[in-house]
Design a protein around this ligand. Structure first.
Ligand code: 13P
Length: 249
């Protein structure tokens, strides 16, 4: 059975005090709309800025939800070194971090992330027992010129060289749907995710959809047979809306 992973990506939002405020509200909000959050096969994950990672050791254990985890948004491929501004896998491991987003389109677009560095980061995370969430997805222009499939297949081919498919999550995030309110139709996301799955050696990988996921479209998205979870940006910043997403019906 494929694991359901409902993940938030806070991007560059929330100071430590704002993060603490979120976590004082989130568990209560989860309980108000209950059932799904408690199911054994579901992981709830929030990928926070580096300055909030220590919450994994302090605030989250006190909440007492065994399926709630904190993740990071990037990791370097070496254990240490002269790499100003980077964070290494052992630094995440020390904080008990078990998940990291890699290759988000914002890293690729604004910070020069390439398939080659994505591949290195994926392997380094796995070598330290961290599960990477690999993001792939096409631009509006690629979709309009019918290059969606070929682009995503080329990303997968390059990014997954020598990557262990037994410790991996993939997120399909069409770039045109990120932060735009222009959600990919659930059936189309399902179709593309099915195609991604057909390219994998391990068909049981959890594959998420990301891009303008909200409380009002989560139920339809999660009803799709190929979609095993979501990676949520804006709607993960507010406790009540992310709780409703985690409690999809
Ligand atoms: P939004 O949910 O804000 O569209 O962001 C999606 C995303 O980039 C998650 O990684």
């Amino acid at each position: 059975m494929r694991k359901v992973v409902i993940a938030g990506n806070w991007k560059m939002y929330k100071t430590q005090s704002e993060a603490k405020a979120f976590f004082s509200e989130f568990p209560t909000q989860l309980k108000t709309t209950a059932p799904k959050a408690a199911i054994a096969n579901q992981q709830i994950l929030i990928c926070v800025p580096y300055t909030n990672l220590a919450i994994a050791q302090t605030v989250v254990p006190a909440i007492g939800l065994s399926n709630l985890s904190i993740g990071a948004q990037n990791v370097h491929w070496t254990e240490n070194g002269a790499f100003t501004g980077e964070i290494s896998p052992p630094m995440l491991v020390e904080l008990g971090i078990k998940y990291v987003i890699i290759g988000h389109s914002e890293r690729r677009q604004f910070f020069g992330e390439s398939d080659e560095t994505v591949n290195k980061r994926l392997k380094a995370a796995q070598a330290h027992g961290i599960t990477p969430i690999l993001c792939v997805g096409e631009s509006k222009q690629q979709r309009d010129t019918n290059e969606t499939e070929s682009w995503i297949f080329s990303q997968l081919a390059a990014d997954l060289v020598d990557v262990d498919q037994n410790n991996l999550i993939i997120a399909y995030e069409p770039i045109w749907a990120i932060g735009t309110g222009d959600t990919c139709a659930a059936s189309e996301a399902n179709r593309v995710i099915g195609l991604i799955r057909s390219k994998l050696t391990n068909p049981n990988i959890t594959i998420q959809y990301g891009g303008s996921v909200k409380p009002d479209n989560i139920d339809e998205i999660m009803a799709q047979p190929e979609i095993d979870g979501v990676l949520v940006g804006g709607a993960s910043l507010e406790a009540s809306s992310f709780a409703r997403i985690a409690n999809y019906q």
